[in-house]
Design a protein around this ligand. Structure first.
Ligand code: B12
Length: 125
């Protein structure tokens, strides 16, 4: 009897890169909220935020589209940045050594690393 082995299915398994999203507010300080989500290998932050919004009813966000730089994070959990008040959502990343860096690209370009902490910080400019 001939046995046909179909290979390749396990090769198509997706690698999940888990990371956390911490929502903080430097304008009106309050307790940070922490969420967990993931991207696929080399997936963008926006994808992880969308997945989080789809899975967790306590997290929501909106963005606008900039003609040059792509998606600009507009609001998180109902609180929106406001040019008149000079407020916006700043994107920070906490490295494994604890160092906090300011991301050098927006949510459409940033690629989270495994177990990284992404901080969405409502702040002023
Ligand atoms: C001023 C400025 C800001 C201000 C804009 C508001 C204001 N009115 O001042 C604030 C502080 C909000 C800001 C925020 C951020 N910025 Co900025 N910003 C600039 C800067 C210095 C000038 C933009 C400008 O005024 N141009 C003149 C006006 C007339 O043109 P405009 O097209 O209308 O400008 C708008 C866009 O530039 C937009 N904008 C500004 N920054 C960003 C970032 C992203 C990702 C997007 C989609 C849009 C956007 O806001 C401007 C006003 O509406 C540029 C660098 C430069 N010299 O151009 C960086 C720059 C555009 N920003 C950058 C970055 C990385 C950010 C942040 C992601 C930083 C962070 N880690 O939080 C955040 C955005 C976070 C989010 N919520 O999505 C990068 C973008 C690189 C990239 N490929 O993504 C740049 C190129 C600086 C750099 N060299 O790293 N920024």
């Amino acid at each position: 009897m001939e046995v046909l082995l179909v290979s390749g299915i396990s090769d198509a398994e997706e690698t999940h890169i888990p990371f956390s999203v911490v929502v903080t507010n430097s304008v009106t300080p309050c307790d940070p909220k922490t969420y967990s989500t993931y991207v696929l290998e080399r997936g963008i932050l926006l994808g992880g935020l969308r997945r989080l919004q789809d899975c967790d009813k306590d997290f929501m966000f909106t963005y606008t589209e900039d003609p040059n730089y792509g998606p600009f994070l507009q609001s998180v959990n109902g609180l929106a940045g406001n040019p008149e008040k000079h407020t916006y959502w700043e994107l920070l990343g906490k490295k494994p050594n604890g160092q906090i860096i300011r991301l050098d690209v927006g949510i459409g370009c940033y690629i989270p690393s495994a177990n990284e902490e992404i901080i969405l910080n409502y702040t002023k400019y």
